[in-house]
Design a protein around this ligand. Sequence first.
Ligand code: AHR
Length: 553
Amino acid sequence: MKRRDFLQNGALGMAGFMLPSKTAWNSTAASRAADSRIEVLFDEPLGTISPNIYGHFAENLGGVLYDGIWVGEKSRVPNIDGVRKDLIEHMRKVKAPVIRYPGGCFADSYDWRDGIGPADKRPRRTNFWANAESEKSPQNHRYDPNTVGTNEFVHFCKLIGAEPYLAANVRSLPAEAFQHWVEYCNSPAGSTTLADVRAAAGYAEPFRVKYWGVGNESWGCGGEFTAQEYAVEFRRYTAWLPRFGDDLSLIASGPNTDDWSWTREFLTELVRKGPGQLRRVYGMALHHYAWNLSRGKTQNWEAGKGEALKFDSVDWYELLREGERMEGLVTGHWHVLSEFDREHRVKLVVDEWGPWYRPGGEATPGNLLEQIPTLRDAVFSGMTLDIFNRHPEKIAMANCAQLINCLNNLYLAHEDKFVITPVGHVFELYASHQGGSALRTIFSAPTLHYDRDGKPATFWGLRGSTSVRDKSLTMTVVNPSTSESRLAEIAFRSATVKEAAIRWMSDPDIHAHNTFEHRDALAPRTKQLSVNDGALVVEFPPACVAALNVQLN
Ligand code: AHR
């Protein structure tokens, strides 16, 4: 089975590896010589890191919306206007910039008109994911009560200070419905009938939603279009939309992983009506899930997946290898874009990324596509965010799939239980990159060697990204080795360090993760670093994701 078939049908179908010992933290080169070197090149800026690279994705799928985000105003679970309070608080802390909603595949079956007006009068509809739900899933996962609609979602975004990014339905609603959704959200108070409907719900002022997806995965669940057919639809759906004085940022449904032909054929057809058509496109979506952990044995969507909690060190590297593909996908699709858009106006929007394991490891039985992230997923996520930071001129936005109770979630929640996963902690470690100026940084470390089913395999030894704002520098670093620490000299070309601190996550057990019972099994630790002659020597323990916050002279 391929991912495309899985999505079309809407159906889903330990070995105990321990690190040798708890690694002690040495902030200075004490007893051994450095084996690695990191050099920050201040005179080689790469561009400004869009805060939206740290974006999120919340689909009406499984336990994401109901139980995850939304508990209801009358719930005994602490909430603000029906939204889980713990979630709001942590999302504020990580400075969540943007949230994509309502899908994913759900978006192309969703009628936004079902989700407005008095909540008790809203219709119940069959959720796109209903066929995949199990008997353990609650009713409202299968049959959407529409309690959460546009008002509630946009209000949730406002509560945490994030921008909403709405995905319009291209498969099963006409272009007119898209226009009216924009009108409902953005028309000024008192101007249109839909503005009056919005005001009657308590939202007189326009939502001013800027980011709009024009369908989702239009090559699959979003309509089974060819790239040419979708380009025709894209032109039609975007030929006219009401602006109300604000520019809209329209995001075209883009390729799945390395489907270069989707990108090329979409753009070829789009500009058949002239190169000016490109001005309609703010971003081209790119989706990449790291799902194939079969060590090269299969491309089958079901058979190729691995487990979230049970894995050995080869599986660890296998996931990171899948994640590492992101760099080539970003540069590859950018290269294709460049053939059409020499001015580089159109950016990439990686609006779904993360690991995808086989079912069975849910924190709450019945929550579709829920998995419990471990240290492996934290390292994977850090590595992916570093890739985005290294390409700030190409990537306008990225959205981790998904926010809560699903795939690479930052949070797990059920009723009154809530826990921040290692992935949630990574977003906290990396938050200070947002809006910083990325600097080219050279990482030089011994290559890792390991045995991949009897064949020698390698992986890089140390990588990361750097950004600076005034005299404040953030450097994030990943040590992917499951067994070896790295001691790195860090040199700052044309700058010296005043003071520095490190916040990091690692653990002797590569499976370390947080649960409702053990909420802090894995959490960042902080340490002040000693500065020697304006430079640093830092030890990165095995299986580590770290953030250095450096004040420069
Ligand atoms: O994130 C889960 C699903 O994965 C989304 O609905 C779809 O867009 C993607 O294939």
